[in-house]
Design a protein around this ligand. Structure first.
Ligand SMILES: Nc1ncnc2c1ncn2[C@@H]1O[C@H](COP(=O)(O)OP(=O)(O)OP(=O)(O)O)[C@@H](O)[C@H]1O
Ligand SMILES: [Mg+2]
Length: 250
């Protein structure tokens, strides 16, 4: 069953079709890859799915409901949460505090409960949840460290922890493996797998082909904003159009 459906989606910037008439679907529980050469439209697709950009045409359907046109906070509240290509952590806060910020972006903890005086209880629950996520992501020991002092691999893991704090059903990861050494890559692959095994569907934008091929069941390939190919890792690896798109820009 499809959790996410992108239907005939276009996003133009002036005369540039960053995404053009793109359709693909992501199965519930999958790790689904979205790949393509630089400038292919991957991040733009994420920006439209998460509501940061309105589509020029087409729609995005999540869990059977249209989400395109909703504000990013509404889309996040439905359970679609993204991470960013560049880190957006609060460098001067601790690791724990960053995850707490993520917890508070979960708008399901509404103002009513605050009015009813259950504030303190909610705060305790939030802190417990933040702690649980940190441990889940292997960051428990670093809880009170200042974020600025974390090594790169841990910063990327913390970015995912912040996204998880919003309790997503679908998480959009934009190049989580960038700049990682082989050991960090191996650890991040195991983490992504663990997140999925918790029941979170993953849409992964990534240039690291070893990570993409190792993790994804299905891959959608973009080139110049358009769908180039779709299939399993084996099918994509052997696809002449994909090989040409990559070699042509290398
Ligand atoms: N806000 C914007 N205004 C104008 N052009 C944009 C904007 N955002 C993206 N573009 C253009 O749209 C195209 C697709 O960009 P996008 O960032 O989606 O590519 P990408 O596939 O994520 O590339 P990369 O792998 O380098 O991150 C590029 O030509 C880019 O310059
Ligand atoms: Mg990008």
């Amino acid at each position: 069953m499809s959790l996410l459906e992108v239907r005939d989606l276009s996003r133009h910037f002036g005369g540039l079709a960053a995404v053009n008439n793109l359709s693909f679907a992501v199965d519930e529980g999958a790790i689904h890859g979205l790949i393509g050469p630089n400038g292919a439209g991957k991040t733009t697709t994420f920006n439209v799915i998460s509501g940061f950009y309105k589509p020029t045409a087409g729609e995005v359907v999540f869990g059977g409901h249209r989400i395109s046109g909703l504000r990013p906070s509404r889309i996040a509240a439905r359970g679609v949460v993204r991470t960013f290509q560049a880190t957006t952590l609060f460098q001067e806060l601790t690791v724990f505090e960053n995850v707490l910020v993520g917890c508070h972006m979960d708008s399901r903890v509404g103002p009513i409960s605050a009015l009813l005086g259950s504030n303190r209880r909610i705060e305790r629950e939030t802190e417990a949840r933040a702690q649980e996520i940190l441990e889940f992501m292997g960051l428990g020991e670093l809880r009170d460290d200042e974020t600025v002092n974390l090594p790169h691999g841990h910063q990327r893991a913390l970015g995912i922890a912040v996204a998880l704090a919003a309790q997503p059903k679908l998480i959009l990861l934009d190049e989580p493996f960038t700049g990682m050494n082989p050991e960090e890559t191996r650890r991040m692959m195991a983490l992504v797998e663990r997140v999925r095994n918790q029941g979170v569907t993953i849409l992964l934008v990534e240039h690291d082909m070893q990570a993409v091929m190792g993790l994804c069941e299905q891959i959608t390939v973009l080139s110049f904003g358009e769908l180039l190919a779709e299939g399993t890792p084996d099918e994509i690896r052997a696809d002449p159009a994909v090989i040409e798109a990559y070699l042509g820009t290398a």
